[in-house]
Design a binder for this molecule. Structure first.
Ligand SMILES: Nc1ncnc2c1ncn2[C@@H]1O[C@H](COP(=O)(O)OP(=O)(O)OP(=O)(O)O)[C@@H](O)[C@H]1O
Ligand SMILES: [Mg+2]
Length: 494
């Protein structure tokens, strides 16, 4: 075996993140590591990447035991990483980000020219058309992803770790990313691929290692597994219903959006959503869906159009005003906008509702704790307790906390942007049930989702956005994967 990680254990205060875990991958093999949120995937990969130190265990590459005390040592061994949270600096330009860990100097000065040239070459090798001098923050998420890949891969790379690399890519971008991955495989690079998208695991990987609660469940040839078997191995039980849908008779129109426009972002978008209804917003990443939600919520200015809430025209010029009118919004970028990572889970989950826990001028901290435990249990947040900082949670568990904090609220309209991204299948099903319960209580839900199966299974109606315009609208019975995809890519009629 080219890469062998044996008997790896790692503890954090209060959590045994890895307990005697093994991972074995051959040269030129594409190897999936899957498991529920908090199973230990990122921890295992961070150890291989030198970003974390194991408590015990052995790592061998090409038969030789290796020591990986830091990320530089990993690089020297030919180990590249694309981190789950991209880990780049938006205010630096592309080539600076590319060379973060390997600045080039010339006579004691940074050799910017050489860095930009090297960056251009590496991006071109990947087939990415990105200007090395552009500010990273000005690029689309997909282009930033390409920069992250280019940064991870050098000619010396023998092992490439990819921690949920595709979660923000469009289907076409995923295809070109996979082409890059296959090219690296041909070069003999061993690729480790972490993903909650099981269809991707089946389409590109040859072997799969399953972790659960910090332990190894097993490893198999991917082709020898069915999706049901893989999900059951991850969850430790068969998951019967992946997309529970609660049928709710729709009530009165809760929100009506007419001719909504924002220059350069989207134009003339209109739809209605009723109390008890889940309106899905489909489309490709970058089509303008996030901007539409942000505009409705008063975070971005509109240049035209009208938003009626409960039949009344409104002026929503700030998120504060939106909340007063009964809107709630769960943003896409949850680590950045949806969470206070330095605060604990109680504070994060209860923040929108603190006022309701005031008793005679003081916060009822026992009630706060009880309610936050209830919500985090309901979503299956894996943490040592509700006192831990959000920063110490696994990526998917952070997402769950950011979603949980809105489930206790009773908005008139709930706006959700990719509510289940990065969340494991079992917890997804729980989120769908919670959405169904909120709909049952009369909440109108608008859900942006790039995941077609979710969009089709959970929505009562679907509006598809293509390049900033409404391309189609389907009712539940009329929507199919093909019709939605066709509209999203610009091939559908109105
Ligand atoms: N720095 C840390 N301090 C404390 N606990 C941590 C830290 N990093 C991870 N953990 C805990 O270790 C466990 C494994 O986390 P890890 O990030 O490896 O999970 P994961 O499988 O990558 O999950 P996800 O699918 O959500 O990304 C979790 O219980 C997590 O809360
Ligand atoms: Mg992770």
């Amino acid at each position: 075996m080219f890469l062998e990680m044996e008997s790896i254990s790692k503890s954090f205060p209060g959590v045994k993140a890895l307990d005697n875990v093994a991972l074995r991958a051959g040269r030129g093999e594409i190897h999936a590591v899957v498991g529920e949120n908090g199973a230990g995937k990122s921890t295992l990969m961070n150890i291989l990447a030198g970003a974390l130190q194991k408590d015990s265990g052995v790592i061998r590459i090409d038969g030789r035991e290796v020591d990986i005390p830091d990320t530089l040592a990993a690089r020297t061994l030919g180990i590249g990483v694309i981190y789950q949270n991209l880990n780049m600096i938006p205010d630096l330009n592309v080539f600076e980000n590319l060379h973060l860990s390997e600045f080039r100097t010339r006579g004691g000065r940074l050799d910017k020219r050489a860095m930009a040239d090297a960056a251009r070459e590496r991006l071109r090798d990947l087939g990415a058309d990105v200007d090395p001098n552009a500010r990273l923050g000005s690029l689309s998420i997909a282009d930033r992803q390409m920069v992250a890949i280019a940064r991870a891969i050098t000619p010396e790379t023998r092992i490439l770790i990819m921690d949920e690399p595709t979660s923000t890519l469009t289907p076409r971008e995923v295809e070109s990313f996979f082409a890059v991955v296959r090219g690296l495989k041909e070069r003999g690079v061993s690729l480790i691929f972490i993903s909650h998208h099981l269809e991707e695991v089946f389409s590109i990987t040859e072997r799969v290692t399953v972790l659960r609660d910090g332990r190894l469940v097993g490893d198999w040839d991917t082709a020898a597994m069915t999706e049901e078997q893989l999900v059951a191995a991850m969850a430790g039980r068969p998951v019967v219903e992946l997309f529970p849908k609660v049928e709710v008779p729709p009530g009165a129109v809760a929100m009506e959006v007419r001719g909504l426009s924002s220059p350069g972002r989207f134009s003339d978008v209109g739809f209605t959503v009723r109390a008890g209804e889940i309106l899905g917003i489909g489309g490709l990443v970058g089509a303008g869906r996030t901007e539409i939600l942000k505009t409705i919520f008063g975070e971005l200015p509109k240049s035209g159009g009208e938003i009626r809430i409960g039949g009344r025209p409104t002026v929503i010029d700030s998120p504060k005003r939106a909340v007063e009118l009964g809107l709630s919004y769960i943003p896409e970028d949850r680590a950045g906008e949806g969470l206070i990572v330095s605060a604990n889970l109680i504070d994060n989950i209860m923040l929108p509702r603190l006022r309701r826990f005031l008793r005679g001028g003081r916060l009822d901290s026992r009630a706060l704790r009880r309610e936050s435990v209830r919500l985090s249990d309901r979503l299956g947040v894996k943490a040592a307790g509700v006192d831990v900082k959000a920063a110490n949670l696994s990526g998917g568990n952070q997402q769950k906390v950011a979603v949980a904090k809105w489930f206790g609220t009773e908005p008139r309209v709930l706006l959700l942007d990719e509510p289940t991204r990065g969340i494991d299948v079992g917890a997804k099903a729980e989120i769908y049930k919670l959405l169904g319960e909120m709909a049952g209580q009369g909440v109108a839900i608008v859900m942006v989702s790039s995941e077609l199966p979710e969009l089709l299974a959970i929505s009562d109606r679907i509006v598809v956005i293509c390049r900033g315009r409404k391309a189609a609208e389907f009712d539940r019975a009329g929507a199919t994967a093909e019709s939605v995809m066709l509209a999203a890519t610009g091939g559908g009629g109105k």
